[in-house]
Design a protein around this ligand. Structure first.
Ligand code: PLP
Length: 386
């Protein structure tokens, strides 16, 4: 069958490509995906199983069940400083579906949307499907990969309708500071841009709390995306949620109708147990990721391998340019590492056109495998550098 034009034009995510290749290599060390090595806590599984046994297995309202929306409104008010009511919360099939429904609802085909280079590849994929033009702004090492309004402003045209921010960031691990965020919000107001703020790693900030965008919103232009995937090790459950300014949720709910209709009913009850139940698991996982961050950065620093020290999320960018693999050849390094050293990492150029000198590793892997993989990566950078 002939693929449609948008699907034929959409680039594949380099993360998934490496994942598929690594599946065929026995014993490969998997540092490519953002998949927590923890299991979903038992009380969450029990709540979902009980809901299914109790017959809570039908369609729910598109925006999610009210007790969950209410609990999430309380959560974002208390933990993210976003003063929201349940009406402003929409439960989505992972943050990914929330992002897609929001782009469909709020950005026109033919418009331009700003995003960082590097950034999570699914954003640009969604834009491509929706005929929105992705325009990358540089995230500079000198600014700790934090977006700077001065780098964004020159890229704004009369077609620019929205900007995508992501803090704590994937793949950068950067956490946008309050001053940079205030400048970006001011820029968005001046150019009338919708701000998509992806905060799915809100609970994974290592050096103090991150700064959410919505509390800096003075005129109703910020949509914030959250997820259960990373916070509670629930990637396969597919539950996320978004928070919008008052009155905007019916738009998103309307877009959600033909795309996902509603989120899996028992999974919503698992999510309710997650957000209202004990939160120790969240801190335990964050502490484990922080320890791994410290182990890996200590090791790479000791070996003299340049990298970006993450302040949040659970990824780390390693500069492999010394191995001779830069720009479009970054992929060659990744393929060679997989074939010759059995370690799967993601090529930087999947995150943006200017990020080819990096590879991304995930700290969500168990520490013994993580350190073995990082040691093999460091050996490869040194040996192949000549
Ligand atoms: N946003 C970012 C920055 C991510 O890294 C991910 C997943 O890797 C998502 C969104 C998607 O999360 P979900 O599993 O909730 O769809």
């Amino acid at each position: 069958m002939r693929p449609s034009e948008p699907i034929a034009a959409m680039p594949r995510s380099g993360i998934r490509e490496v994942m598929e290749l690594a599946n065929s290599i026995d014993g490969a060390i998997r540092l490519e995906t953002g998949e927590p090595n923890f299991n979903t806590p038992a009380h969450i599984c029990e709540a979902a199983a009980q809901a299914a046994f109790d017959g809570f297995t039908k369609y729910t309202p598109n925006a999610g069940v009210m007790p969950l929306r209410e609990a999430l409104a309380a959560k974002v008010t208390e933990r993210n400083g976003i003063d929201a009511t349940a009406e402003q919360v929409v439960v989505t099939s992972g943050a990914v579906a929330g992002l897609y429904s929001s782009m469909v609802s709020l950005v026109d085909p033919g418009a331009e949307m700003l995003l960082g280079d590097p950034s999570w590849p699914n954003y640009a994929q969604m834009m491509q499907l929706l005929k929105i033009t992705p325009v990358h702004f540089p995230l500079r090492a000198e600014a700790d990969l934090v977006p700077q309004a001065a780098d964004v402003e020159p890229l704004i045209t009369e077609r620019t309708q929205a900007i995508l921010l992501n803090s704590p960031g994937n793949p950068t691990g950067a956490v946008t500071d309050a001053a940079a965020l205030a400048d970006l919000m001011e820029l968005a107001r001046r150019h009338d841009l919708v701000v998509f703020s992806d905060e799915v790693y809100d609970e994974i900030s290592f050096d103090g709390p991150y700064t959410p965008a919505a509390p800096l919103d003075t005129d109703g232009r910020v949509i914030t995306f959250f997820s259960f995937s990373k916070t509670y090790a629930m990637t396969g459950w597919r539950v996320g949620y978004l928070v919008v300014p008052p009155g905007v949720s019916p738009l998103i709910v309307r877009a959600q109708e033909p795309i996902t209709s509603c989120v899996n009913a028992p999974a919503q009850m698992g999510a309710l147990a997650a957000v209202t139940g004990p939160q120790d698991c969240v801190a335990e996982m964050r502490d484990a990721y922080r320890q791994r961050r410290d182990l890996v950065t200590g090791f790479l620093t000791g070996r003299g391998i340049p990298h970006v020290r993450p302040r949040g999320a659970f990824y780390l960018m390693v500069d492999v340019s010394r191995s001779g693999s830069t720009g479009s050849t970054g992929k060659d390094f990744v393929l060679r590492l997989l074939n010759e050293r059995q370690v799967a990492v993601v090529p930087g150029d999947t995150f943006g056109p200017g990020s080819g000198r990096f590879v991304r590793i995930s700290l969500a892997t168990a520490p013994d495998l993580l350190m073995e993989g990082v040691a093999r990566l460091a050996d490869a950078v040194e040996e192949w550098g000549g």
